[in-house]
Design a protein around this ligand. Structure first.
Ligand code: ADP
Ligand code: ASP
Ligand code: MG
Length: 416
């Protein structure tokens, strides 16, 4: 008897009808002869609602209390699904992260999982229960409640699958797989039957929110068989995330994504001296603020540099506090902010050793009249920061120039 981990996102459990539908998908897996752990997110847009609620009482909610509030969303959905399963005559039990033992580091709002205990999960599975596990949340060794960052339920599911050595981890969502671009924006996007872990990881990191980046990282590390499937069409196997041994053809570009969630911070006239960049980025790192793109250029003023970088909107308040401290300490000039940016990226394992891909990207943007503000590259990814107003136009142009377009209207997306 194998073990299967299924994960259903917010739109898949948005109301009682959909929860009953999920119960059917879970029972189908169980009847196929598997032990099933099902991980769920909060119902519909509950997490957005709770976040907004917190901001109604304070502009800067305390991160511990925010975690305490947000984790209630998943607690509702696990109980609802367990009841729906019981209503179908199944043995089912809901468990939150503390009850399972999903242990994280002691960081709020974006904690990493460090361990998943399997004793209680296995005990319940062996007693014949379907275990309904809360996604997105964790607990520190000291008993503090944490969350894994927005979209983190995917990571909960993969971490549980890795710990249990599950046969599969199926991420059921409101699209029927991973596409060459967000099918809600590009309706000529093509569905991929297979995608490499490395490509999926880059795509997730640059804004394709269909999978949480750390879920892909964890799947890659522990060889978890990961699939992205539709919760509205259970017979369709969706997209399989695979290792290099299962992929024969490397397209130069497998996907295009846009990230509208970044803010550019420019620190002007930073006096030139060894250690200034180390001081600034060391300070940000010490406070768990991840920095994405970095550019340092000579300023017009003699012996000073301008340092530009991007951070995600969720880290912005913290980043600004630290940057202001730095600017004072190092007698830098003004600090400018631009939150009207989009980072557009192309990703593909096939771009390794294929010259000209970056030039082609810049050419496509130029032909669309789009100015590039920042550029960064990795082995299998090229990203450009552009004005937010041109984000969709840029994704479309890149999708076309790299021959990713399919017949219009083929994408299967399901609304809330
Ligand atoms: P869930 O609530 O199930 O976790 P998400 O909203 O987090 O679902 O992720 C699914 C969404 O990801 C889709 O509705 C789609 O709009 C978006 N998405 C972005 N890029 C892609 C892509 N390349 N392929 C598929 N979906 C994508
Ligand atoms: N409910 C959380 C969120 O909306 C976690 C998730 O959906 O994966 O971000
Ligand atoms: Mg998600």
């Amino acid at each position: 008897m194998g073990i299967v981990v299924q994960k259903f996102g917010g739109s898949s459990v948005a109301d009682a009808d959909r929860i009953r539908n999920v119960a059917k998908a879970v029972i189908k897996e169980k009847n196929a002869g598997n032990k099933v752990v099902v991980v769920v997110s909060a119902m519909g847009k509950t997490t957005d609602y709770l976040t907004k609620l917190a901001h109604e009482v304070t502009a800067h909610p305390d991160s511990r209390e925010l975690d305490m509030l947000l984790t209630t969303g998943e607690q509702v959905s696990i109980a609802m699904l367990a009841m729906a399963l019981q209503n179908e005559g199944e043995k089912a039990i809901s468990m939150n992260a503390a009850q399972i033992g999903i242990i994280t580091e002691n960081v709020h709002t974006k904690a990493r999982i460090v361990d998943v205990k399997t004793d209680k999960l296995l005990e319940k599975l062996n007693e014949g229960y379907i275990v309904v596990a809360a996604g997105f949340q964790g607990v520190t060794p000291e008993g503090e409640i944490t969350t894994l960052g927005r979209g983190g339920s995917d990571t909960s599911a993969v971490a549980i699958a890795a710990a249990l050595n599950a046969d599969y981890c199926d991420i059921y969502t409101d699209v029927d797989g991973v596409y060459t671009a967000d099918p809600r924006i590009i309706n000529s996007a093509a569905r991929l039957d297979k995608i490499l872990y490395s490509e999926m990881l880059e795509l997730a990191r640059v804004g394709a929110k269909v999978l949480h980046p750390r879920s892909v990282e964890t799947a890659k590390q522990f060889d978890v068989k990961l699939r992205v499937r539709s919760s509205f069409n259970l017979d369709d196997l969706g997209t399989m995330v695979v290792g290099e041994e299962l992929m024969e053809i490397y397209r130069p570009v497998s996907g295009v994504a846009a990230d509208l969630n970044q803010v550019r911070i420019s620190v002007l006239d930073v006096p030139e001296a060894p250690g200034t960049a180390a001081a600034l980025f060391g300070k940000l790192a010490a406070h768990n603020v991840s920095v994405d793109m970095i550019i340092q250029t000579h300023a017009i003023k003699a012996e000073t540099n301008n340092i530009d970088f991007t951070v995600s909107k969720s880290d912005f308040d913290e980043a600004m506090k630290l940057v202001d401290e730095f600017a004072k300490e190092f007698k830098a000039g003004e600090v400018l902010i631009d939150d009207k940016i989009s980072k557009v990226s192309i990703v593909g394992a096939g771009m390794i050793d294929r010259p000209g891909i970056a030039a082609k990207m810049f050419q496509a943007l130029a032909q669309s009249g789009i100015n590039i503000e920042m550029i960064s590259t990795s082995e299998i990814k090229i990203s450009c920061v552009i004005s937010k107003d041109y984000s969709e136009k840029a994704v479309k142009a890149l999708h076309t120039i790299f021959d990713l377009d399919q017949t219009e209207g083929n994408a299967k997306v399901y609304g809330l």
